[in-house]
Design a binder for this molecule. Structure first.
Ligand code: SF4
Ligand code: SF4
Length: 156
């Protein structure tokens, strides 16, 4: 824990994950925001009140049981730190925030990237959500990779 301060890359030990049981129940948010910065759009974005903070500099606290995995918060986070994992389908899906060009389209085959930007697998784009300049790109991901895939790269 804390190696990210040297590497700039979070590891699974740095974040609060939903339990395996919760993941099996349906889509759920994963928030990879661990710095105490003055920021809270995620709190207002969640109409289920599943994200909370006592102070604006707190790390977001997530009620995984209250979250329905709708994905609204993904495109509202200026830190691009919110993801949705969904294993109700086979393969699973991961929704990642995306602000590059070109924007992928539904049906495209893209590279699914890990937190370091390395290719984990090829994925199909199954849904695109937009909110201003930020897109939420939902891609198919093998179950074994749902904790690694956190980015999308459009193939050249
Ligand atoms: S995915 Fe939807 S329900 Fe879950 S925390 Fe985000 S906005 Fe709330
Ligand atoms: S909006 Fe994003 S960066 Fe800001 S506190 Fe929430 S998760 Fe962190």
């Amino acid at each position: 824990m804390g190696e990210y301060k040297e590497t700039g890359v979070l590891t699974l030990e740095d974040i609060v994950k939903p339990s395996a049981d919760r993941v099996e129940k349906g889509p759920v948010v994963v928030i990879e925001c661990i710095e105490k910065i003055p920021c809270d759009p995620c709190v207002a974005a969640c109409f289920k009140e599943a994200i909370s903070m006592d102070e604006i500099t707190d790390i977001p606290n997530v009620d995984f049981e209250g979250c329905i995995g709708c994905g609204v918060c993904v495109t509202e986070c200026p830190g691009l730190a919110i993801f949705i994992i969904d294993c109700t389908s086979d393969p699973c899906t991961v929704t990642v925030p995306y602000e590059y060009l070109p924007v992928p389209e539904k049906g495209d085959i893209v590279n699914a990237l890990d937190r370091e930007g390395k290719i984990v697998q090829e994925s199909e784009v199954v849904r695109i959500r937009s909110s201003g300049k930020t897109y939420g790109v939902t891609i198919s991901v093998d179950k074994k990779n749902i904790w690694d895939v956190r980015g999308v790269e459009v193939k050249a």
